[in-house]
Design a protein around this ligand. Structure first.
Ligand code: PLP
Length: 407
């Protein structure tokens, strides 16, 4: 029997879990595909997908089978030993990313941790000439909340209370316009997301990656692409950097690669693969056989069922559906594949999230005037239609409410 007090769980959620979110939560019980149920039996269309994590949806048989099988063999072995799922995953990721034979895979348990590993890699790239290490990332970018990853994160309100964060490193948060001017021979690396997910699914201008690659190569800086939110098929390419066909020095992965089982990875390309020497990086849980088996199953299913192509196609359908609703609250959509930002004409994102729940739809606010959709890559016609119906009702409900409420 559950020990949860169902009359009081919202208060307990805030008190016990130190929730920092403003909107009331849901007490979710289970899911199936793109659908979730709360403990009262209410059913919702889940278009957040664990924030781009549940790539195969909930309770996918391939994931259940892989995890069940592996836990009965060995869940954990530490990094003193190798396991078949780990080796298979490293090979798979090197093939899918194009890192190939010169590439290496360093496993972690989350996106933040993968970025911490990449941060260390950047330091090693300029570590020995006595000069201060400079690392560049983009304003509004998000890379995690530990001290190193937070130092890269380009959101002042998150960083300010914790400054100064990393001694010996100058971290520079540049706007797109400033980027060219700040990269010189003292820069160790630039960190960039292919689409800025937490910032509201913000696209970078066409040609950005090509130019960033030229500049970093010229100045000996690493180009590190944070694919934590965009990787594993989410944007309609296997990885966001492939959209422009460049070869980075490293990418970081997590979220969707194991469909909900925690894992992260730093994949290095070419010369960057030789920067860590023996003992400079390691982990107890990172890439454990259970998580690695889950990732192999998820990535294998994405490949076998062409869910990358599905993400592309369904993403276009969803954008067309949103445009077709012709709501005065919506000014447009952004993003690629199944990472979609909806730009609002008013700062009403939180109200829309709450209204959507009343219509059995889970969506996510990324700022006051922006909604994010990141549904599982397995969605089909039914889910697209259900989204259209439920989102139309959400907008109609919100419009009616705003019209009847005094300013
Ligand atoms: N990098 C990006 C681009 C992210 O979107 C996130 C999480 O939202 C992270 C890093 C942090 O990943 P995690 O929450 O798995 O530590």
């Amino acid at each position: 029997m559950s020990s949860i007090d169902h009359d009081d769980w919202q208060a307990r959620y805030r008190a016990d879990l130190v929730s920092t979110f403003a909107t009331p939560s849901l007490l979710l019980h289970h899911g199936q595909g793109a659908w979730v149920w709360d403990t009262d039996g209410n059913k919702y269309l889940d278009f957040v997908g664990g924030i781009a994590v549940n790539s195969l949806g909930h309770a996918h048989p391939v994931l259940i089978e892989a995890v069940t099988r592996q836990v009965s063999l060995a869940a954990h072995i530490s990094n003193l030993f190798a396991s078949e799922p780990q080796l298979e995953l490293a090979e798979r990721l090197k093939r899918l990313t194009g890192a190939g034979e010169d590439g290496r895979a360093f496993f972690a348990n989350s996106g933040t941790e993968a970025n911490e590993a990449a941060f260390k890699l950047a330091r090693l790239n300029r570590g020995d000439d006595g000069r201060k290490v400079r690392i560049v990332s983009l304003v509004n970018g998000f890379h995690g909340r530990t001290m190193g990853a937070l130092a890269l994160t380009g959101k002042d309100y998150m960083r300010a209370p914790f400054e100064p964060m990393v001694a010996g490193v100058e971290y520079i948060h540049a706007t797109l316009e400033e980027l060219e001017a700040v990269i010189d021979d003292t820069v160790a690396a630039i960190f960039v997301e292919p689409l800025q997910g937490e910032a509201g699914v913000i696209e970078l201008p066409d040609g950005f990656f090509t130019r960033a690659r030229e500049l970093t190569q010229r100045h000996g800086a690493l180009l590190i692409v944070d694919e934590v939110q965009t990787g594993a098929g989410r944007t309609g390419d296997w990885f966001g950097f492939q959209h422009e066909g460049i070869v980075p020095d490293a990418i970081t992965l997590a979220k969707g690669m194991a469909g909900g089982v925690p894992i992260g990875a730093l994949i290095t390309f070419g010369r960057a693969s030789q920067l860590f020497t023996q003992g400079q990086h390691g982990t107890t849980f990172g890439g454990n056989p259970l998580a690695a088996a889950a990732a192999n199953a998820v990535l294998g299913e994405i490949e076998a069922s062409d869910l990358v192509g599905n993400a592309r196609e369904r993403g276009e359908q969803l954008k067309a559906a949103i445009a077709g609703l012709d709501s005065p609250l919506i000014s447009g959509t952004r993003g690629r594949g199944l990472l979609i930002g909806i730009a609002l004409t008013e700062p009403v994102a939180e109200q829309l999230v709450t209204e959507a729940r009343a219509h059995g739809l889970i969506i996510n606010a990324t700022g006051a005037d922006s909604i994010r959709l990141a549904p599982p890559l397995v969605i089909g016609d039914i889910e697209v239609d259900e989204f259209r119906t439920r989102f139309a009702a959400t907008l109609a409900g919100a419009e009616a409410r705003f019209a009847s409420e005094p300013d």
